[in-house]
Design a protein around this ligand. Sequence first.
Ligand SMILES: [Zn+2]
Length: 172
Amino acid sequence: MSSKVSHYPGVEITHDDLNSRRYLITKYQTELRYAWTSGVATGRFLRGLKKMEIWGRECDGCSRILVPPRMYCEKCYRPTDRWVRLRDTGKVVTFSIAYVNSDASRRSEPILVAVIEIGGASPMMGMLHLLGEVRPDKVRVGMPVEAVWRPANERTGAITDIRYVRPRARSR
Ligand SMILES: [Zn+2]
């Protein structure tokens, strides 16, 4: 309903109508199963995360190191050339301080989300992840960060194998 629509045409079906079976009701339970492939590049990337490794792909055409890795360079229109092990450190490219949850409810403590440029990859190559162990007013663009990994028995080959990233000393 809106300011221009006060009622819908037709006859409203009430709960009493449904409960008294005035209308045909069909109930069924579906059994949906599905699977998909993550692809060659993302598959290797995810398997690496399970071992606390971050892998990118290097392109000899543009000399970029791409992460998340791609088997094909969108800039050069050619296959990428080799795998490159990257560091589990990086820096904050941009960030957001969110006081609302995904269901629009308000948070008492903000959640910090950042785009992280991964160490060893080309500029602006990286991932979106959570920031932890830092106060919201201390987060800065360019801030050096490091991954906080989950323990081995909790890693599943997912981006969440990195629990979050936290500020690090510049020397590392
Ligand atoms: Zn390229």
